[in-house]
Design a protein around this ligand. Structure first.
Ligand code: 13P
Length: 252
């Protein structure tokens, strides 16, 4: 697999549309010379329409509904997201799983809808602190992936984001070895479910910042980052993208 590493910013419920548009313009100007990294912005839905991005910059939705249209008050379909020009959809983020009680079954339906509509899913998986401390990390990853991938034949061009729940927004980053093992487990689980599949990327997410990015991007099996807090600030987000670009340049 020879895909560019990914630096994705999940803005969560932050930035009004105009603020988001000027943020994206500024970042694209500052990173004009980026060649070896794909950069993804995931604004709230209101900021997705008319977001002006050009490769290697892309936009993503943070969620979707699996039906194309219908009586689903408050929901947004994948075809609507596609119409906004987005290429990616984040699915099964831990905040959706834990705060909004999204089930693996819903995550699976969303994944199928994203793939069927020709967009690229960013499927999030990860364990809570209790689950890690009781030695259940691999089992949790296995369950989330097995249930999430029901009915899927290929995850070419899909992205999986390993986001340990206890590292999200806490300032606690998983240790390099924990990340390496989790990414290896994800690779093994997916390739056993989907018969040898290895044409997907695995991002790490959880308190990534400009200070730890250089170290984390060199962990074996890390193909990029899904970033929350540090993706909201021009300086820290560009610095992370530049760091990943620099490390990637050295590899080529
Ligand atoms: P933080 O980078 O703020 O820990 O958030 C990670 C995350 O949830 C990205 O989806």
């Amino acid at each position: 697999m020879n895909k560019k590493p990914i630096v994705a910013g999940n803005w969560k419920m932050n930035k009004h549309p105009k603020e988001g548009f000027s943020f994206v313009d500024e970042i694209q100007d500052l990173l004009l010379d980026i060649n070896h990294v794909s950069v993804i912005f995931a604004p709230p839905f209101t900021g997705l329409f008319e977001m002006n991005v050009n490769p290697p910059f892309y936009s993503a939705a943070q969620n979707c509904h699996w039906e194309n249209s219908g009586a689903f008050t408050g929901e947004i379909s994948v075809s609507m997201i596609k119409d906004c020009g987005a290429n990616y959809v984040i699915i099964g983020h831990s905040e959706r799983r834990h705060i909004f009680k999204e089930s693996d079954d819903w995550v699976n339906k969303k994944l199928i809808s994203v793939i069927n509509n020709g967009l690229n899913p960013i499927l999030c998986v990860g364990e809570t602190l209790d689950q890690r401390e009781s030695g259940q990390t691999d089992q949790v990853l296995h369950d989330q992936l097995e249930k999430g991938l029901v009915g899927i034949d290929s995850i070419k061009d899909c992205i999986i984001a390993y986001e340990p729940v206890w590292a999200i927004g806490t300032g606690l980053t998983a240790e390099n070895k924990q990340i390496e093992l989790a990414h290896k487990a994800i690779q093994d689980i997916v390739s056993s479910i989907l018969k040898g599949a290895n044409d997907f990327q695995i991002l790490y997410g959880g308190s990534v910042n400009s200070g730890n990015a250089e170290d984390l991007i060199q962990v074996s099996g890390v193909d990029g980052f899904l970033i929350g807090g540090a993706s909201l600030d021009v300086e820290s987000f560009t610095s992370i993208a530049r760091t990943v670009e620099m490390v990637q340049e050295k590899k080529i």
